[in-house]
Design a protein around this ligand. Structure first.
Ligand SMILES: *[C@@H]1O[C@H](CO)[C@@H](O)[C@H](O)[C@H]1NC(C)=O
Ligand SMILES: *[C@@H]1O[C@H](CO)[C@@H](O)[C@H](O)[C@H]1NC(C)=O
Length: 376
C-alpha cells in the first residue's frame, strides 16, 4: 500500500514538474517509456519526461563563466574599430562590419585626435545590449608600443581604493580624454531609448586596457548595473590590490588571451614580488591550439580566479606579435597602424569638432537607419 502510494505521488510529481506547461522553457525534453504493472492489474505504458536543462548546466559550469558564442560576436566588434575609414565605420558598411555583427545600430564614434584614441558604441539588437568598443594603439608601430610596455611603471594610486596602483598612461587614456564623457553620456542616452539593457564593453590590446577602466568606472563611479567586460589580448593595468578590487566590482569580467601573444605578459609579472608587481584581474580564458600538423583543434581554457593562473598563457613564453593580432580567428590588424589622421568624407556625415580638433560622429539612439533617413 505504502509503496503504491509513493509511486503514484512520484508519477504525479513527475508529470506536474516535467511534463506540464513549462516545457517551452527547457532546452531538451528527454522521455523514456516506463512499463508499470504496479499501478494497476493491466500493463500500460507511462512516458516519463525529464527536463535536461538543469543537468546540462551542472555538467558544464564553465558556460556560466565564459560564453564562447558571445566572445565570437564581441571579437568582431573589437576588430571593426580598426577600420581606417570613419565613414564606412559610421555607416556600418566596413569590410569587418558584416557576419555576426551585421545588424548593429551605430550610435556614436568618438575620436580623440590629441591623444590618438578612438571608441564607438551602439545598440546590438541580437544580443540586446549597448556595445562599447575601444580602439587599441595607433602609435607609430605596434612593435614599438609593445617594447614600451616592458617599462610601464605602476605610477598612479587608483582613486578611492587604498593600495591599488595602476599605470597612469592607461588610466588617463580613458579618464583624462574626451572618451570618458562621450561614452558615459552615450550609454545613458542609449539606455533612455532602449531601457536598462546590459552594457557590453570590449576592446583589443590597449583598447582592452581602456575598456577595463571604463567598465570599472561605470560600476564604481556611476553605479550602473548590467556592466559586462570582455577584452582580447590586453596588457596588465594594475597591481594585485587593484586586481582584487576589480574582481569584487566586476566578478564576470573575461580577458581572452591567445596562444603566445606577447601583450598579456606585459608589463611583467614578478611572482617573487607579488605585492609590488603588475597583476592581471581575473578571469583569463586562454585560447590556443592543441595537436600537431593537420590534427590541431582549438581549446578555450577557463583559467582560475587568481588572474595569474600559471597553467594558462603564463605556461608558455609570450613571444608572439602575430598571435596578438589574431583572436578567435579574426584579424585585429589595423588597416592603418601608423597615423592618427582621420579618414572620412566630411561632406557626407554630420559631426562635431571641439577646439582641439577632437571629433564626434553621432546619431539619435533608437532611430533605425530607415526611420532616421526618412525623417530628414
Ligand atoms: C551566450 O551568448 C549568446 C549571445 O548573446 C546567447 O544567445 C546565449 O544564450 C548565451 N549562452 C549562455 C549559456 O548564456
Ligand atoms: C590629466 O590631464 C591633466 C592636463 O593634461 C594633467 O595635469 C593631469 O595630471 C592628468 N591626470 C592624470 C591622472 O594623468
Amino acid at each position: 500500500m505504502g509503496r503504491r502510494g509513493l509511486l503514484k505521488a512520484a508519477l504525479l510529481l513527475c508529470f506536474l514538474a516535467a511534463c506540464s506547461g513549462r516545457v517551452g522553457l527547457s532546452q531538451r525534453i528527454h522521455c523514456v517509456p516506463y512499463y508499470s504493472t504496479v499501478v494497476s492489474q493491466r500493463n500500460f505504458v507511462v512516458t516519463l519526461c525529464f527536463r535536461q536543462i538543469e543537468l546540462t548546466i551542472k555538467q558544464n559550469p564553465s558556460t556560466t563563466i565564459y560564453n564562447s558564442t558571445l566572445a565570437k560576436i564581441l571579437v568582431e566588434y573589437a576588430s571593426a574599430i580598426y577600420t581606417a575609414d570613419l565613414t564606412q565605420l559610421f555607416t556600418w558598411t566596413c569590410a569587418r562590419c558584416g557576419d555576426l555583427i551585421e545588424g548593429f545600430e551605430m550610435i556614436e564614434i568618438i575620436v580623440d585626435v590629441e591623444n590618438c584614441l578612438q571608441a564607438y558604441f551602439g545598440f546590438a539588437s541580437d544580443i540586446n545590449a549597448v556595445v562599447v568598443v575601444f580602439r587599441g594603439t595607433q602609435e607609430n608601430s605596434i612593435q614599438n608600443w609593445i617594447e614600451d610596455l616592458l617599462w610601464k611603471q605602476l605610477d598612479l594610486d587608483y582613486p578611492g581604493m587604498p593600495e591599488a596602483m595602476v599605470h597612469r598612461g592607461f588610466y588617463s587614456a580613458y579618464h583624462n580624454t574626451t572618451l570618458r564623457d562621450g561614452v558615459v553620456s552615450g550609454i545613458q542616452r542609449t539606455r533612455k531609448a532602449y531601457g536598462d539593457i546590459p552594457i557590453m564593453i570590449t576592446g583589443h590590446s590597449m583598447g582592452g586596457a581602456m575598456a577595463s577602466f571604463c567598465a570599472l568606472d561605470l560600476v564604481v563611479n556611476y553605479g550602473l548595473d548590467g556592466v559586462n567586460l570582455m577584452t582580447f589580448g590586453q596588457p596588465r593595468i594594475g597591481n594585485a590590490a587593484f586586481a582584487s578590487y576589480f574582481k569584487t566590482y566586476l566578478p564576470q569580467a573575461i580577458r581572452v588571451t591567445h596562444a603566445h601573444d606577447i601583450v598579456p605578459h606585459l608589463p611583467p609579472y614578478f611572482s617573487f614580488f607579488p605585492q609590488k608587481t603588475y597583476h592581471h584581474f581575473p578571469r583569463e580564458v586562454w585560447t590556443h591550439n592543441i595537436g600537431l600538423g593537420t590534427l590541431v583543434y582549438p581549446v578555450e581554457k577557463i583559467c582560475d580566479d587568481s588572474g595569474e593562473d600559471p597553467t594558462c598563457c603564463r605556461s608558455v613564453s609570450g613571444s608572439s606579435v602575430r598571435d596578438h593580432i589574431y583572436y578567435l580567428g579574426v584579424s585585429m590588424h589595423a588597416e592603418d597602424w601608423s597615423s592618427c589622421r582621420i579618414v572620412m568624407d566630411y561632406s557626407k556625415l554630420q559631426y562635431q569638432m571641439d577646439l582641439n580638433g577632437n571629433l564626434v560622429l553621432s546619431k539619435q539612439p533608437g532611430l533605425s537607419n530607415a526611420r532616421g533617413f526618412s525623417a530628414q
